[in-house]
Design a protein around this ligand. Structure first.
Ligand SMILES: CC(C)(COP(=O)(O)OP(=O)(O)OC[C@H]1O[C@@H](n2cnc3c(N)ncnc32)[C@H](O)[C@@H]1OP(=O)(O)O)[C@@H](O)C(=O)NCCC(=O)NCCS
Length: 154
């Protein structure tokens, strides 16, 4: 069970099996370990885990994107172990990643979420994100994605 003592750390390659286990419990089309390893290798500074009593209870994987005109953060994956949800772990992970994006010069953050994943949409609303548009057939099963954004104000 997660308690307020959950702490946030940069992810390490040795964390991947535990992360993959949470990923499998969270999504119908989970990233496999290879994809998780690749995300960590590509964006090692923007992949965080939450630990509680030595166990990983959640993770967030992001990346800084530079369009040439603007730098923004992209939340690519986020999940909390089912038995540890509703205790602030997801919020803590997202805030830590947002801090990293801000330090990297991002103007804001973007993410995609399944139209059917209304729980996650409500979570992101609570975190200050707004829907900006829908991308048709974004996912492998042709489900649409809601694109949500949050702008930093300095
Ligand atoms: C979405 C998810 C990461 C949220 O993590 P969590 O640790 O349960 O969230 P928190 O406890 O930090 O909640 C933060 C706030 O969001 C709200 N919230 C969280 N999940 C919610 C839900 N399903 N419905 C409504 N509100 C929700 C909380 O009530 C809390 O609000 P508060 O600030 O008023 O207290 C988690 O539910 C999860 O892993 N879901 C499955 C994977 C997933 O959908 N990932 C996102 C894909 S884009």
């Amino acid at each position: 069970m997660a308690t307020p003592e959950s702490t946030i750390h940069k992810a390490e390659p040795a964390d991947i099996p535990e992360i993959a286990d949470i990923e499998r419990k969270a999504f119908p089309d989970p990233w496999n370990e290879e994809t998780l390893v690749e995300a960590l290798a590509t964006y090692p500074g923007e992949f965080f885990v939450a630990r509680n009593n030595g166990r990983i209870v959640g993770f967030v994987a992001g990346g800084l994107e530079d369009t040439g005109e603007e730098v923004y953060g992209h939340i690519m994956n986020l999940a909390v172990a089912p038995e540890c949800r509703g205790r602030g772990v997801g919020a803590r992970l997202v805030r830590r990643l947002e801090q990293q994006f801000a330090l990297g010069g991002a103007a804001g953050v973007q993410l995609e979420v399944r139209v059917g994943n209304t729980g996650a949409q409500r979570f992101y609303h609570r975190m200050g994100y707004q829907e900006v548009f829908v991308v048709a057939c974004y996912y492998a099963n042709d489900e649409d994605a809601v694109v949500m954004m949050k702008w930093f104000r300095f």
